[in-house]
Each structure stands twice: as structure tokens, then as C-alpha cells.
Design a protein around this ligand. Structure first.
Ligand code: EPU
Length: 348
């Protein structure tokens, strides 16, 4: 067994982008796979639950904290191999991977710039933005199986990827992501697929141009963490964009036009999804349900930028955050009959 530096009563709020929630009863920072195994064994011996903390940008910590061992993932090895393969440890800050790829002119991640958090989180929620998602370029995910304490390499077909979804997200008790292997395209063309991106840039744009444009778009929406931005304390999108049956989407569009929330059906954001379904825009539904950008409930507010982020303005609690989120869900449901699902993970 390696020496484990287990700390007591460590505040978790500073380790999350929402800056909310209580302490971890036990806490350990893990830089190697061996230490990760030891930490899990320690938790089993002490009969306490163990949870993994990555970059803290998609995590809600309850006010009472975590009554167990929080393992802070800091496995930070990274390798760029000839031919476009990148292997990055779960703790590598995501932007470091994007930066390494774009600076080498390796295509596949240029739209995924400006996203806070660590590499290990990217397959879990199949991080996506501006027309790309990581599942498109993931070649393998190295996981530790928690019940057997053995390592496994899973190919993309065994990761159960979906929109902001994966097997790792659905079964958090089973796997811990330790490293991710990406297959990028050296000197390949960048992805200019997202309408908003298309408007500002040509199809022949370089990877650096695409990255710069995405960063500018994200900054405009307070989706780049900037210490001077009053909307900075958030977990990104708080709700998933709901995927509903086509007929359900038609109903919402008709309702929107009838109630003069839109002048034409085209004005209602709606995107094609697999299997005869459609993705609606949660931010749009929230605004049209009568919760405009900037709406506040004490220390918690809807971002003054996209209505899809909830912001902590300082001095608030997780209880207040979750209560406001429930209010928003209820309002959208009452108005449109659509149920919004929370996107960030609740530490429990
Ligand atoms: N919209 C509104 N009001 C809002 C927000 C959006 O009317 O407050 C409308 C927009 O006008 C647009 C549509 O909704 O017609 C979609 O908006 P946008 O392109 O800004 O994207 P989003 O649905 O708000 C999603 C992702 C983001 C990602 C962007 C860009 C989810 C849950 N969110 O946001 O991801 O950066 O697209 O691709 O899928 C995240 O997951 O944390 C995240 C930030």
C-alpha cells in the first residue's frame, strides 16, 4: 500500500465552479492509478462510501457535504503520439488537451474549447458543443472496475454513448475513468457544422480560427470562466435539452405560435434527433415559460446570458439552488408539458 494522505473535513465548495456545498469528511488527492486502488481499499476497510471529484465544473455538492471519502482525480499523464493518437489521464485539464491538438493541427476537438473541467469527465457526459462531441473521436476509455478493482479498456462501442450520456454516467458505481484515448486527424479539416459557427466563419477555416471563434461565442454566453464575469459561478447548462417524440415537438411548436411566443414555427428552436425524435432548446422553454434571463431567487439566479445556466451570486446554498431548479422545472412543465432533466451531477 502506498502512503495515503487522507485529510479530514475538507471544504468542497472551492473545488467546484458553483462554489457551493459542504465539506468532505475524508479527502484524498490521487495522482496515480496505484493510489486510486489504495484509496478505494481504504474506503472499503473503513466502510465509508467513496466518490470521485474531477474538475468540479459539472458537480453540485449538497450543503451537508459528503459523509465518506472524496477522491480528487489528479492523474495527469498526457502523450501525443505520431498519427494523431492522444492519451490523457483523467486529471488533465480539458483545455490542455484541446490546446495540444489544435497547436499540432490535429482536427477533432477544435469546437470543444473553453469547456472547464478535466479530461476524465468528457466521456462520462459525452461532452459536446458547437457541432462536435467527444464520442466522435474517442478510441478507448481506460476504467477501473470498482467491484473487481481491475482495469479495463473499453472501445467506444462499449461506452453506451448518447447525447450528454454514457454507460459511465448511468452506472457511476461501476466504473472510474482513469484515462482517455482519442484518435484525431492530423492536418484534417475542422468541423464547421453548428449554424451559429457557420454564420461567423467559412468552411475552409483553420482549426485555430474555429477555436478562436468558438471561444468568442462562448465568452458572449458567459460559458468561459472569467473571474470578472458576474455569471461565472455556474455548472454550465443546468438542464439537458429535452429530446421528445416528433409529435410532441410539433405540439409545442403549434402551442408557441398559437400563444404568440413565436411568429412562425421556424422561430422555435428544434433539432433533429435519432429515432423519430426532436431536441428542443431548454433555454428557450425556460424563457418562454416566463422566467427571463437574470431572474433571481436570493443568491441564485438564471444567468443574464443564456437562460440555461443557473448562477450562484455568492453567499447562497445548494438547497436554494435546487429549490430554484425545481421551480423552473415545474414552470416549464406546467406551461409546455415538457419535463426538464438536470445536467450536472449531484454528489451523493
Ligand atoms: N435559447 C434561448 N434562450 C436561452 C438559451 C438558448 O432562446 O437562454 C435558444 C437559442 O436562441 C438557440 C437555442 O436555444 O436557438 C440553442 O441555444 P445554444 O446554441 O446557445 O445552445 P444551448 O442549447 O443553450 C447547448 C449545450 C451547451 C453547448 C451549446 C453549444 C446542452 C445542455 N447545452 O446549449 O453545452 O455549449 O449547446 O453547442 O446541450 C453544457 O453542457 O454545460 C453546455 C454549456
Amino acid at each position: 500500500m502506498t502512503t495515503l494522505d487522507i485529510q479530514r473535513d475538507v471544504p468542497l465548495a472551492p473545488l467546484t465552479t458553483l462554489e457551493l456545498g459542504g465539506p468532505a469528511k475524508h479527502f484524498v488527492r490521487v495522482e496515480e492509478e496505484r493510489t486510486l486502488m489504495d484509496a478505494l481499499r481504504w474506503a472499503a476497510d473503513e466502510a465509508v462510501p467513496a466518490a470521485i471529484l474531477g474538475g468540479g465544473s459539472n458537480l453540485i455538492v449538497p450543503d451537508e457535504g459528503y459523509d465518506g471519502l472524496v477522491i480528487h482525480m489528479a492523474i495527469n499523464d498526457m502523450e501525443f503520439r505520431n498519427g494523431g493518437t492522444v492519451v490523457a489521464g483523467a486529471g488533465v485539464p480539458w483545455e490542455t488537451v484541446v490546446d495540444g491538438a489544435v497547436s499540432r493541427d490535429w482536427a477533432g476537438l477544435e469546437c470543444l474549447t473553453g469547456i472547464p473541467g478535466s479530461t476524465g469527465a468528457t466521456p462520462i457526459q459525452n461532452v459536446g458543443a458547437y457541432g462536435q462531441d467527444v464520442a466522435e473521436v474517442i478510441e478507448g476509455v481506460r476504467v477501473l472496475c470498482r467491484d473487481t478493482l481491475t482495469f479495463e479498456e473499453r472501445g467506444p462501442e462499449d461506452c453506451g454513448f448518447g447525447y450528454r450520456d454514457s454507460l459511465f454516467k448511468r452506472e457511476p458505481e461501476r466504473f472510474i475513468v482513469c484515462a482517455v484515448r482519442f484518435a484525431l486527424r492530423p492536418d484534417g479539416a475542422g468541423t464547421v457544422r453548428y449554424a451559429e459557427l457557420h454564420k461567423s466563419i467559412g468552411a475552409d477555416a483553420t482549426l485555430s480560427d474555429i477555436r478562436r471563434t468558438v471561444l468568442a461565442l462562448r465568452r458572449r454566453k458567459s460559458m468561459v470562466i472569467d473571474p470578472d464575469d458576474p455569471n461565472r459561478r455556474s455548472a454550465g447548462s443546468f438542464f439537458l435539452n429535452p429530446i421528445v417524440a416528433d409529435a410532441e415537438a410539433d405540439r409545442v411548436v403549434r402551442q408557441a405560435v398559437r400563444e404568440q411566443l413565436a411568429t412562425t414555427p421556424d422561430e422555435v428552436p428544434r433539432y433533429e434527433a435519432p429515432d423519430g425524435r426532436a431536441k428542443l432548446a431548454a433555454g428557450w422553454l425556460i424563457e418562454k415559460a416566463g422566467i427571463p434571463k437574470g431572474t433571481r431567487r436570493g443568491a441564485i439566479g438564471v444567468s443574464t446570458n443564456p437562460a440555461l445556466a443557473l448562477v450562484h451570486h455568492g453567499g447562497g446554498t445548494t438547497t436554494e439552488l435546487l429549490a430554484f431548479a425545481d421551480e423552473i422545472r415545474a414552470r416549464v412543465h406546467d406551461r409546455f408539458g415538457v419535463t426538464l432533466e438536470r445536467e450536472p451531477r449531484l454528489l451523493s
